[in-house]
Ligand binder design. Structure first.
Ligand code: NAP
Length: 332
């Protein structure tokens, strides 16, 4: 159903952890949305979140949240193993759904979620917020204009250092821990944006003390002959740059390539063709909310900037990496 123009998009926040807080802060900067409800496994967490962000409806279960008739769009922000069930809950309640990255634990779960949304006729999108940032929009324009010539290879990395706490989500197998699913998804999604679906994947990995992957490196090869060289780790703080190298020019994206940042376009002979640097308010999470609103008002059931078929092929690539490095998780 197309969203009426006479009121903001009314968000319901499903789970009250770290990223839910960051998203709520960014939503406050975004016109045309409001948080009307929050749902948590516990009433006390729902109330605390509600008090912090002035949210009127506080629910003591995810089911009660998705049943809230005042909610247009549900933001799923549980740990990864919870994404599938929470998204299906919201889809079956007929809500538009924005699901944190990684979209699901694997492609099979992603398939079920996508089929359910299409069957129900509800909007669904992966919260890969990088896609909706101004520098990435400009990178897309430059790629489409052919400024780089043929893309020969790209590099992207995502490394952060975390204290080795077995209970911490990123080290805990039962919470879908590991570098690949949490951090590696950004380089993998970036490669998909630039080069599409890989023809061949080669991956190697070193495990963390809990058995999840600590450092994973991947080379994706494409039918065009291009390569994507991607690394992710939980053991070292990287500057997290990315670059795209073409026959005519290259793009060097500054560190933390997946957050609001700057980049340069440099010709083969070293001439700087463009420097992109724009002020950005907020952490970068509101662009995805703006895109959900734009799609709902246009009556779209998925975003053309991150179609569900692409989210699915990204999950397939992640599955292949997992298969090669022997990364499995306990059943939910
Ligand atoms: N976009 C980004 O930049 C970004 C950054 C960080 C994380 N993320 C993604 O967001 C998701 C959540 O990450 P987070 O850092 O917010 O995690 P977190 O701080 O641990 O919060 C997760 C929340 O999920 C709920 N939950 C449901 N089942 C749970 C379980 N078995 N154990 C723990 N919590 C459970 C809890 O909320 P209730 O108690 O209220 O139910 C909890 O507060 C992950 O999938 C992650 O990849 C995205």
């Amino acid at each position: 159903m197309t969203q009426p123009d006479d009121r903001p998009i009314r968000w319901g926040i499903l789970a009250t952890g770290g990223i839910a807080h960051a998203f709520a802060h960014d939503l406050a900067l975004q016109p045309d949305c409001e948080i009307v409800a929050v749902g948590s496994r516990s009433k006390s967490s729902a109330d605390a979140f509600g008090d912090e962000f002035g949210v009127p409806h506080r629910h003591a279960s995810y089911q009660a949240l998705v049943n809230d008739p005042d909610v247009d769009a549900v933001y799923v922000s549980t740990p990864h193993p919870g994404h599938h069930d929470a998204a299906l809950l919201a889809i079956s309640a007929g809500k538009a759904v924005l699901v944190e990255k990684p979209f699901a634990m694997d492609a099979a779960q992603a398939r079920e979620m996508i089929d359910a949304a299409r069957g129900q006729g509800t909007f669904l999108m992966e919260a890969m917020w990088t896609r909706f940032l101004p520098h990435i929009a400009r990178v897309r324009e430059i790629l489409a204009a052919g400024t780089l010539g043929d893309v020969v290879y790209l590099t992207a990395e995502h490394g952060q250092w975390f204290a080795q706490d077995p209970k911490f989500r990123l080290f805990a197998p039962e919470l879908g821990g590991g570098a690949l699913l949490d951090l590696g998804i950004y380089p993998v999604s970036f490669a998909s944006l630039v080069l599409g679906v890989p023809a061949q994947i080669t991956a190697v990995s070193h495990p963390a003390f809990t058995g999840v992957d600590a450092t994973t490196s991947m080379i994706f090869q494409y039918d065009s002959g291009a390569h994507a060289v991607l690394t992710t780790t939980l053991l070292a703080a990287s500057g997290n740059p990315a670059a795209i190298y073409g026959t005519a020019a290259r793009i060097e994206i500054d560190g933390w390539f997946y957050t609001p940042t700057a980049f340069r376009v440099i010709a083969r002979d070293g001439t700087e063709l463009e420097r992109f640097e724009e002020p950005y308010e907020g952490r970068g999470l509101r662009g995805q909310a703006a895109e959900v609103g734009r799609c709902l008002r246009a009556g779209l059931l998925e975003s053309p900037l991150l179609p569900l078929d692409e989210t699915y092929t990204i999950m397939q690539a992640m599955d292949e990496v997992r298969r090669q490095i022997g990364l499995s998780y306990p059943p939910a």
